[in-house]
Design a protein around this ligand. Structure first.
Ligand SMILES: Cc1cc2nc3c(=O)[nH]c(=O)nc-3n(C[C@H](O)[C@H](O)[C@H](O)COP(=O)(O)OP(=O)(O)OC[C@H]3O[C@@H](n4cnc5c(N)ncnc54)[C@H](O)[C@@H]3O)c2cc1C
Length: 506
């Protein structure tokens, strides 16, 4: 993978939010993309060698378990609509995060939580669902019909200065606002870290000032990210060479040239640190079910620093899982079950039942309308900032919304053939359950910790206040049936080499 190099040949580094030193390798503004190309190439090599068979365009709808052990999956073929049963000696989920619960997020639209949510319903514990990262540097939503948000790399904060008009309600264009009337609020509040504070801190501060009427752009829901000073200091060519592709992307989406006018950015859901609970072998609480990458809860805790996610995905997928899955299989040499095994038929029936129920509703509102409402609810109640009464209200609103979804949604078409609306409906139906768990988890965690900010638990300066005495643990939730309260287990965190401390970015 072509990481950037210094003139002398050594790997070049950049700094990311939460760090004052440059220690992150990168590939222009395309690190993630280049890592994916590398991963795809490695995968396709295995396909060419005949070691991997790819079955594309399938959505996993149900997990098959026999005596509590994962033995297969039911998938829907997205082109034919056929439900397929795949049996195996072990199942590995690498199905990504669940930011799309929030409707607008930086994730691909196909990122759905169905695989992990269905596994959770079959007995896999779900850990820390409320730990969700809202990334500060995204291109703000343009209009009500938008279905996805675009991330601007955090690396832009190395050179870009974040600011807002000092006067609330100031509608002058940025160039007309003199220096003395600009509030470089991150530099002002955090002299030590400035624009490089961690993502959760930058997002909170931006939201606060926008709520106080200082925000710019449509609806006052964005802040400026300004390269002016960096260009004056280092020259336009240097900055363009450093961030060229990002600047081009921004201009294409917003219509503004970021070289001559500051970019507008706003926080957006981006990464989910929670996920299925796994042990050090990456096995979930269902024996034989392994969970890799963003789909599991491990590694990041309550927060996640830039650039660590792809490494997690690659480390899990390339280095840990092959060894641990092979070791598990060696100790459990059971032949694969038949596709007409009663457990497979039961899983197939569950999938068929859900599809039929959604197609039968025959309501008038499209799936997106409900998803949008769910997203707005979750951003408001369980977004950058949370508090107990809002979370309780959110649980009630969610119950009512889910009820309306199941009685008013319109899913056109049939179960046969391609039906993207049906795919969406299945996904959104699962998001309701997951959203409920996120709200419950946020309510139960009576502390502020990383990206989970409870307004009741903050210092006089508005910083997160942890409660290590009572919450230094992983919350792992057990599903106990529809309508039943899920059970919250806690797994204590043990620190040996390093003890947790509270960082100050000021
Ligand atoms: C815009 C953006 C930029 C990012 N930049 C960086 C970066 O620079 N550095 C970094 O470290 N991290 C970055 N991240 C985070 C990182 O990309 C993700 O955390 C990482 O890709 C997760 O890898 P994964 O393999 O676990 O899941 P994913 O890459 O999300 O892959 C999951 C796959 O499973 C499929 N899937 C989901 N549900 C189902 C189902 N039910 N049935 C079948 N298939 C299913 C999805 O379609 C997808 O193909 C970025 C994320 C985004 C969104």
């Amino acid at each position: 993978m072509p990481f950037a190099r210094e003139y002398g040949g050594t790997l070049a580094t950049r700094s990311f939010g939460g760090a004052l030193v440059s220690r992150t390798f990168y590939a222009r503004g395309q690190t993630g993309q280049q890592l994916l190309y590398g991963a795809y190439q490695a995968l396709m090599r295995q396909v060419a060698l005949g070691r991997v068979e790819l079955l594309c365009r399938r959505d996993l709808l149900e997990l098959v378990t026999v005596d509590g052990v994962a033995r297969g999956a039911v998938c829907r073929h997205l082109l034919t609509g056929a439900l397929e049963v795949h049996t195996a000696q072990a199942v590995v989920l690498a199905t990504g995060g669940y930011s799309n619960v929030y409707f607008l997020s930086t994730n691909a639209l196909k990122s759905n939580a169905s695989a992990i949510w269905r596994a959770h319903r079959q007995g896999a514990l779900f850990a820390n669902p409320c730990f969700t990262q809202i990334h500060p540097t995204c291109i703000p939503s343009g209009d009500a019909y938008q279905s996805k948000l675009t991330l601007m790399s955090e690396s832009l904060r190395n050179d870009g200065r974040v600011w807002l008009p000092a006067m609330a309600g100031d509608e002058r264009p940025p160039a007309a606002i003199p220096e003395a009337e600009r509030d470089y609020f991150l530099e002002r509040q955090y002299p030590a870290y400035g624009n490089m504070v961690p993502r959760d801190v930058a997002s909170r501060r931006a939201r606060e000032l926008c709520n106080a009427g200082h925000g710019v752009g449509p609806g006052g829901r964005s802040v400026y990210l300004d390269l002016r000073d960096a260009i004056a200091r280092e020259g336009r060519e240097t900055i363009e060479a450093r961030y060229g592709n990002l600047l081009e992307m921004y201009e294409r989406i917003s219509g503004d040239d970021p070289i001559t006018t500051p970019m507008r950015i706003y926080p957006a859901p981006h990464y989910t640190m929670g996920g299925l609970w796994v042990d050090y072998q990456l096995m979930s609480s269902i024996p034989g079910l392994f969970v890799l990458g963003e789909a599991n809860f491990s590694e990041h805790g309550a927060n996640r620093l830039g650039a660590s996610a792809l490494m997690q995905g690659l480390a899990d997928g390339y280095f840990i899982a092959p060894a641990t899955v092979t070791a598990w299989l060696a100790g459990h040499p059971t032949p694969a079950i038949a596709v007409d095994d009663p457990a497979c038929r039961a899983a197939l029936e569950r999938a068929r039942g859900r599809i039929a129920a959604l197609l039968q509703v025959g309501g008038r509102r499209p799936v997106d309308a409900f998803h949008r409402e769910l997203g707005a609810l979750m951003i408001e109640r369980c977004g950058i900032s949370r508090e107990a009464s809002g979370l309780r209200a959110g649980l009630q609103e969610l119950e009512e919304l889910e009820h309306r979804f199941h009685s008013e949604v319109r899913v056109p078409g049939s179960a046969e053939g391609p039906n993207p609306e049906l795919e969406k409906a299945l996904r959104v139906a699962d998001f309701f359950g997951l959203a409920q768990l996120m709200l419950r988890d946020a309510l139960a965690r009576e502390e502020s910790c990383g990206a989970h900010f409870r307004e009741e638990h903050q210092s006089a300066e508005g910083e997160a206040r942890r409660d290590d005495a009572n919450f230094s643990h992983i919350a792992a939730w057990e599903f106990r049936g529809d309508g039943a309260e899920p059970l919250r287990h806690s797994e204590p965190l043990c620190f040996t080499a390093l003890q947790p401390s509270t960082r100050s970015y000021r």
